[in-house]
Design a protein around this ligand. Structure first.
Ligand code: SF4
Ligand code: SF4
Length: 118
């Protein structure tokens, strides 16, 4: 198991922090950015097509939850089950910038900001 590192390259397109994800730490997933198998993900594809590092760079949606690719029934259910708030992650990236966000999330050992108990 790797140590949790602070790297902007480990910030997922949707704002999650892959650097604190067990799969990435175990070496079974390279993280969102390098995971070419994740072609199913509309968020990842959209950001790549627009050359956005993450949805925090989006020019079309100030509130990512207004975007149907970012916010849909499946993502809502996953967010509740995982206690994950990707909108809060995107807003935090805007506030701190990508590098500081990686430092913040690695320090918190968090893959996502929580919906509850923040
Ligand atoms: S949901 Fe999409 S953008 Fe978010 S980590 Fe997974 S593949 Fe990346
Ligand atoms: S918020 Fe929606 S449109 Fe904007 S970059 Fe993310 S997925 Fe693409």
């Amino acid at each position: 198991m790797k140590e949790i590192a602070a790297s902007k390259d480990l910030v997922a397109r949707c704002g999650l922090y892959c650097g604190a994800c067990r799969s990435q730490l175990k070496g079974s997933c390279p993280g969102c950015r390098d995971n070419v198998k994740a072609s199913w993900c509309k968020i990842r594809t959209c950001c790549a097509d627009h050359s956005y590092a993450t949805c925090a760079d989006c020019k079309d949606f100030e509130d990512p939850n207004d975007c149907p690719k970012f916010n849909n029934l499946i993502s809502k259910v996953i967010g509740v089950v995982m206690n994950s708030n990707r909108k809060a992650c995107v807003l935090k990236i805007r506030e701190l910038g990508l590098e500081e966000y990686a430092v913040f999330m690695s320090g918190q050992k968090r893959q996502s900001l929580p919906r509850r108990g923040a």
